[in-house]
Design a protein around this ligand. Sequence first.
Ligand code: FMN
Length: 238
Amino acid sequence: MTGLSDQFHQGTVYSRVRPLAGSRPERQADPFKEYPGSKKVKLETPAFPAGSLWGSLNNRRSRRELKTEPISRDQLSLLLWACQGVTEKISGFQLRTAPSAGALYPIETYLVINRVEGIDPGIYHWNIREQSLELLTPGDCSLKIETSALNQDMCRNGAAVFAFSALFSRSTFKYSDRALRYIYMDAGHICQNLYLACEDLGLGCCGIGAFFDDEVDALLGLDSKTEAAVYLAAVGKY
Ligand SMILES: Cc1cc2nc3c(=O)[nH]c(=O)nc-3n(C[C@H](O)[C@H](O)[C@H](O)COP(=O)(O)O)c2cc1C
């Protein structure tokens, strides 16, 4: 590796001989993000369908040819739960479907909803604690997310685009610069859960790393410094 990737990787190695340099923020971001004044859509977790993990692992593919058909509200709810649903509460930690370094859960989930039965199109934030979607921007944003993601049309055609952001200080507060590695690992775990859940429900999913960071951040209302989008995934029927 050369240049920035080498700098980043070498600058965040753990070594017995060289302690990790790097800074930590003065304050750690709250473990749960909420938009108190927003209009909310409450989503209960529906009964789990009976599927086979092995079949989903075997059949999973990145599916880009998504149909412009809606998915159901229950399907969306299951997908959100698969990403980061809280499954156990132990000594102050709310453990989730996906693992997270230090159980710090730096990844937030936003949704650009294009077509989901019973939910108006718009940009939403997933409030994990309340299990509700918080409306941030009403209206059809499918074209905006498509252009922000280098014109990948699955973002416009799909029923929804999941946008995973990192609230950096949740992790850098404890792990300093090394946190960046963990944050990307966390995002990967979450998106793999989404892939497998989609496969199980017969829906298509494609992870998206190619996007203009500033445009996606602006769309989600993120400042790119304390919080920034790190990974997207388009989801829908295929
Ligand atoms: C981090 C990451 C970023 C990706 N970004 C894109 C993307 O921007 N556009 C796209 O069409 N596929 C993207 N993919 C999907 C890969 O192209 C895909 O996983 C790969 O071709 C293997 O195919 P499979 O997922 O069907 O097994 C991405 C996958 C990962 C893991």
